[in-house]
Design a protein around this ligand. Structure first.
Ligand code: CTP
Ligand code: MG
Length: 178
């Protein structure tokens, strides 16, 4: 009984980890895209919200969003070939990546409403907004997303985000280390 339960938990956690890999790659891609594109187009078109602050800010661009989804699709394709189920991994790769991008936009929307400027740190929100977005989209798309595995993976996603962002900062790809 206990062994069976543990086995199920390990299995579903590893399964969820695979499902969110495209989302993690998607989330890291806009940083590079933002560096490559000279004048990217802000999604909010420079517009302000009722509070007079930017809706999303200059850190959220169409180029970043599209680049992120495409990168997630490529990772989905690789997983699909490796695991012999291309349609499934393409579809979940797409929804996970789009969810990650939308979650990140929601995070920036919340930051602007709190009066934080582009690039200001917002602990936990900065690291996990994309993860929550990916989980919601995967769930809505019909993938098996369970709450306990999602919570178990959260510290790993957080740590990976901190580590990769710190490295990107060190190598001059990112303007802030968070
Ligand atoms: N980026 C982008 N488009 C997106 C998301 C990110 O172009 N949809 C790029 C921007 O160059 C951004 C960088 O990736 O500055 C880092 O992303 P992030 O840390 O999420 O944005 P911040 O600049 O910190 O802005 P915010 O305060 O809104 O999170
Ligand atoms: Mg940031």
């Amino acid at each position: 009984m206990v062994v069976g339960g543990t086995y199920h938990l390990v299995h579903s956690t590893l399964n969820l980890l695979l499902l969110i890999i495209p989302a993690m790659v998607a989330n890291g891609t806009p940083v590079v895209v933002g560096k490559l594109v000279r004048r990217p187009h802000p999604i909010d078109n420079g517009k302000t919200f009722w509070d007079g602050r930017r809706i999303l800010g200059d850190g959220k661009t169409w180029e970043g969003l599209i680049g992120g989804v495409l990168a997630g699709l490529i990772i989905g394709a690789i997983l699909g070939v490796a695991l012999s189920n291309l349609p499934f991994w393409l579809e979940t790769g797409f929804w996970a990546s789009l969810g990650a991008m939308i979650g990140d936009l929601a995070g920036s929307f919340a930051k602007r409403r709190m009066g934080l400027s582009r690039g200001d740190p917002a602990p936990l929100l900065d690291q996990l907004d994309f993860y929550v977005g990916a989980l919601i989209f995967l769930y809505l798309a019909g993938a098996k997303v369970e709450i306990v595995p999602a919570i178990i993976l959260a510290p790993l996603v957080y740590a990976l985000h901190r580590l990769t962002n710190m490295l990107a900062y060190r190598f001059g790809i990112k303007r802030e280390p968070h």
